[in-house]
Design a protein around this ligand. Sequence first.
Ligand code: ATP
Length: 242
Amino acid sequence: MLLEVSDIHVHYGKIAALKGVSIAVDTGEIVALIGANGAGKTTTLKTISGLRPLTSGQITFDGRDISRMPGHRRVVAGLGQAPEGRGIFPGMTVQENLLMGSYARRGKNKDSELDEVFGLFPRLAERRSQFGGTMSGGEQQMLAIGRALMAKPKVLLLDEPSMGLAPLLVAQIFTIIEEINRRGTTVLLVEQNAAQALRLAHRAYVLETGRVVKSAAGADLLSDPDVQNAYLGGDLGAESAS
Ligand code: ATP
């Protein structure tokens, strides 16, 4: 397994947010984490990124124990992150934002990465001189994903890429995630939009109050009656799980 999270417990003060979560992501996969508000999806991603400390458990990535490695070194090791809420630099241009994503690759030629990101997101190419802060919500989401790709990650961690986007843009973002995966990047995705995520994901985990309660192929979870009732509004056409 490329990324293996084993029995992690994470606390906010005295409150246990994760109570023994185990997930694994193999090279080439798209894996989704779904679940209701507060289930612990974002906390799981933040812990993998190194933004939250573990109380116990272990995270291994690419054959190394990274449980206590600082977040910036995890980026260098190949864990790419596009955080919830985007976190782009509003006063920098689109191109400058993208180049910030490749800081960990100092000295290397960054033009080919820029070309690749502009190829995936023609909108970013058109707007390369526009300030990040003046981009629309959907464009900022593209920018955050593009910036993460600039570091050439082995795994791309995506937190709610569809959040706040109009349906047409949601469909576009999911198509682009599929393309990123097809070009060789492994993806771990957190989504409220369970129906879309399960259609895209090779495998998925269902989180409930800090625990994994189910894991299976995305297609199998889509047709699972419990998952349909709890997260798909009992209807595959439902937009969102909650
Ligand atoms: P959502 O889909 O609503 O973002 P989630 O599944 O991503 O939910 P988390 O954000 O991981 O859930 O939250 C898991 C639990 O940890 C929740 O009970 C939440 O209230 C709690 N929690 C998250 N962040 C903090 C924090 N900074 N301080 C205290 N408790 C927190």
